[in-house]
Design a protein. Structure first.
Length: 268
C-alpha cells in the first residue's frame, strides 16, 4: 500500500450524522489519486444541532433548502461540541483529509480550524455553482456537479509531497501512536522545527494531530465491534482505561461506553 492509499482508506467517524439526521448517505470517490468523502443528510424538523467530534479534516457543506441556500467551509473542531444547522433542511457535503488540505488553494488549513465560514467569502464566484448543486435532486447528481465544477476550484492539481505529507502518512500508518521525537528522527530534523512546520501549515502540532488520529481509530474500532473490550485501551496506545476515557470525554463529551450505547440504540 502506498502513502496516498493509506490516507484514502481512513475516512473519519462522525456518528452524529447517523444518530441525529434522516436519510444519511455517504460515498468515497477517487479524485487525483486520493479519495474524497461525499455525504448527504436531512435534518429532522425538530432538530437543529448535530454532535460532532474532531477528525482533523475540512468540510464543505451546502444547504439545499431553496428558501435558505448557502454554503460553508468548515475546519476541524478541536473538542466535541454541537454544531447548529437549519431544522428540516437537506445538506450536501464533502470531506477532505489534512493530506488533501495541503493542496487547498483558497485558504490555509490553519486559518479554518474551529471556524465555519461562508464559502463565497473564501472562494470568489462559487455562489451560483452552489445554488446549482442545491437545485439538483439526486445525491449522485450533486456529486458529479461538485467534482466537475467546484472541486477543481478548491484543490490544486499538484499531488501533496514533501515533509508534511510524509509525516502525516506516518501518523496515519501508526494510528496516531508515533511521537514527535520519533517523527523528527525519521526525517532528520529537530522536534522543534517539525512542530513549527506543522503549526505554521496546519495550525495543529504533531501531537495534537496524532491524538485526534488515535481517537478516530479507536472510535472506529469500538463502533465496528459494538462493544468495549478490556484491551481496547492498550491496543490503541493509551496508558490505561482512565487515559482512554479522558481522551474520549475531551473529544466527544462522552465515555466510550456511552457512545456504544448511543450507537446500539440508534434505529437501523
Amino acid at each position: 500500500m502506498n502513502r496516498v492509499e493509506i490516507a484514502a482508506n481512513l475516512p473519519p467517524v462522525q456518528y452524529g450524522f447517523r444518530l441525529e439526521t434522516n436519510s444519511y448517505q455517504e460515498r468515497l470517490v477517487p479524485y487525483q489519486g486520493q479519495a474524497v468523502l461525499y455525504y448527504q443528510y436531512v435534518m429532522d424538523k425538530a432538530v437543529d444541532a448535530i454532535r460532532m467530534v474532531p477528525d482533523g479534516c475540512l468540510d464543505v457543506l451546502i444547504c439545499c433548502d431553496p428558501k435558505r441556500p448557502h454554503s460553508l467551509i468548515c475546519g476541524t473542531i478541536l473538542q466535541g461540541e454541537q454544531i447548529f444547522f437549519h431544522a428540516g433542511a437537506t445538506y450536501f457535503g464533502i470531506r477532505l483529509t489534512p493530506l488533501q488540505s495541503l493542496c487547498l488553494s483558497p485558504a490555509p488549513f490553519r486559518d479554518l480550524i474551529d471556524r465555519q465560514l461562508f464559502l463565497g467569502d473564501i472562494v470568489r464566484g462559487v455562489d451560483c455553482l452552489c445554488d446549482d448543486i442545491a437545485e439538483i435532486d439526486s445525491f449522485a447528481g450533486r456529486m458529479a456537479h461538485f467534482e466537475r465544477f467546484l472541486l477543481p476550484r478548491l484543490l490544486s492539481a499538484d499531488q501533496p509531497s514533501g515533509l508534511l505529507s510524509y509525516c502525516l502518512q506516518q501518523i496515519y500508518q501508526s494510528k496516531g501512536n508515533v511521537t514527535v521525537d520519533e517523527l523528527a528522527a525519521d526525517v532528520g530534523l529537530s522536534a522543534r522545527y517539525l512542530r513549527k512546520k506543522f503549526v505554521g501549515t496546519l495550525g495543529l502540532s504533531p501531537k495534537q494531530y496524532s491524538r485526534i488520529t488515535r481517537f478516530q481509530h479507536t472510535l472506529s474500532t469500538m463502533i465496528n465491534r459494538t462493544a468495549v473490550t478490556g484491551n481496547i485501551a492498550s491496543e490503541h496506545g493509551y496508558y490505561d482505561q482512565a487515559h482512554l476515557i479522558k481522551d474520549f470525554k475531551h473529544f466527544s463529551l462522552f465515555t466510550p461506553m456511552q457512545i456504544i450505547m448511543l450507537m446500539q440504540s440508534a434505529p437501523l
